[in-house]
Design a protein around this ligand. Structure first.
Ligand code: ARG
Length: 452
């Protein structure tokens, strides 16, 4: 019998029960539900709405229900949701006093509370996993980052860079993902409990105390907002979806870099798979699946936005559809970050291609002339002609020699050849945030500070 059965003569159809239950997803937050009830009962006792004996009975009853759930008890689907399942079981264990627990609260503030508690814990977990991934990227940048690779734009060779510069680009992007998660957590961390259905309660409850007992920064100020807002769910899912995009771009590069055509890295066996028909295969499935899961994360966000759009105040049952996408997005994000940490920390770095004389050094010649006072636009044009000439003759940029370069511009001299050294080219880019090794190590220091 449902806890709301009083005004009904019969009960809902069996199909309606199955259709409307949220218990199957709610079960993931039973601990949060019980923690909320313990805090609520404690507060009710402190303000004198129930006696201290009743608090003791209710709290130990809740602990017994928790032990049963931990032991694998699965409530039947005749229990609509986790709140009813817990309260129903509590009633069976301790009798009618269990009914006092629902004084000054509603399932509307309960569910809002449970989701916030669940999300707060998982955002912390996600943040910890992200810190580990940033740590892995930073470690690899420091240990193996002085490996020269082409930096690309349009996936065409652009300029020589240190691999460390490239890895740290992701570390910084992921640092902003952490910031977004931390911002979201701040807004998740407000307590809805005691809002009751939407209008508050005539009973002299202490919402500040409930918030304190549950380690929230404070209560949500408006009871209607407390039960009906899900913008924190959208925000957390949005942070997860944006993180998914960062991870997906990283994953794509691991896939490209591990091809025989690029061959910059080799993923460890632990994070690769083989083919059932082609014996030679070593496939980057871990990275591909991370890339693929981006669709789930983005999908979860679109799902939640669409579900919330146009809902009138205050609680609407539509909102119980928030948990499947939210839980899936957060679980998926955590799993993807962990897998990427595994890939990054164990991959073999094989090195970049030989860049001697490569056309990607053309900017060096232009910068050389600019350093000699030639307007950069003119220098760019001169070097463009040099590149074309080298291409026609089938030689590298270093193949013309000083005399050959001087045919294109009198300012070229011996030193121009030094500028064509690929490693020196990278290390010359010492401007803040540049690829020079001195800048890579400066950034490693900064990132380490954010991690400590
Ligand atoms: N199962 C509901 C949910 O998940 C709990 C709140 C139900 N409240 C209500 N008034 N029917 O959102």
């Amino acid at each position: 019998m449902a806890l709301w059965s009083g005004r009904f003569e019969g009960g809902p159809a069996e199909e309606m029960q199955v259709f409307s239950e949220s218990l199957s997803t709610d079960l993931l937050m039973w601990e949060e539900d019980i923690a909320g009830s313990v805090a609520h009962a404690t507060m009710l006792g402190e303000v004198g709405l129930i006696s201290s004996e009743e608090v003791t009975t209710i709290v130990s009853g809740l602990e017994a229900v928790a032990a049963e759930l931990r032991g694998g008890w699965v409530p039947g689907v005749d229990q609509e949701d986790i709140h009813m399942a817990v309260e129903g079981r509590l009633h069976a264990l301790i009798g009618p006093v269990a009914g006092k627990l629902h004084t000054a609260r509603s399932r509307n503030d309960q569910v809002a509370l449970d989701v916030r508690l669940w999300l707060r814990t998982r955002l912390d977990q996600l943040d910890g996993e992200l810190a580990a991934l940033i740590g892995a990227l930073t470690d690899r940048a420091e240990a193996d980052g002085r490996t020269l690779i082409p930096g690309y734009t349009h996936l065409q060779r652009g300029q020589p860079i240190w691999l460390g510069h490239h890895l740290l680009a992701y570390a910084w992007a992921l640092s902003r993902d952490r910031e977004r998660i931390s911002d979201a957590r701040g807004r998740v961390n407000r307590c809805p409990l005691g809002a009751a259905a939407m209008a508050g309660t005539p009973h002299p409850i202490d919402r500040v105390r409930t918030a304190e007992l549950l380690d929230f920064s404070g209560p949500l100020e408006n009871a209607m907002d407390a039960v009906s807002s899900r913008d924190h769910v959208l925000e957390a899912t949005s942070a997860a979806a944006i993180l998914g995009i960062t991870l997906s771009r990283m994953a794509e590069e691991l896939v490209i870099w591990s091809t025989r055509e690029f061959n910059y890295i080799r993923l460890s066996e632990a994070w690769s798979t083989g083919s059932s028909i082609m014996p030679q295969k070593r496939n980057p499935d871990a990275a591909e699946i991370v890339r693929g899961k981006t669709g789930r994360l983005t999908g979860a966000l679109v799902n939640l936005m669409t579900m919330m759009k146009g809902l009138p105040m205050a609680y609407n049952r539509d909102m119980q559809e928030d948990r499947p996408p939210l839980f899936d997005a957060i679980h998926t994000a955590i799993a993807c970050v962990r897998v990427m940490t595994g890939c990054i920390s164990s991959m073999e770095i094989r090195g970049g291609p030989d860049l001697t004389g490569d056309p990607l050094l053309a900017t060096e010649l232009a910068d050389f002339l600019a350093g000699r006072g030639v307007p950069f636009r003119d220098a760019h044009h001169v070097v463009g002609r040099i590149v074309r000439a080298c291409e026609e003759r089938g030689i590298g940029l270093d193949g013309l020699g000083v005399a050959g370069l001087q045919e294109f511009h009198p300012q070229f001299d011996e030193e121009a050849l030094v500028w064509l050294d690929p490693e020196a080219a990278a290390d010359r880019r010492t401007s803040r945030g540049g690829t020079a090794w001195s800048e890579v190590t400066r950034q490693i220091g900064l990132l380490r500070q954010t991690l400590s």
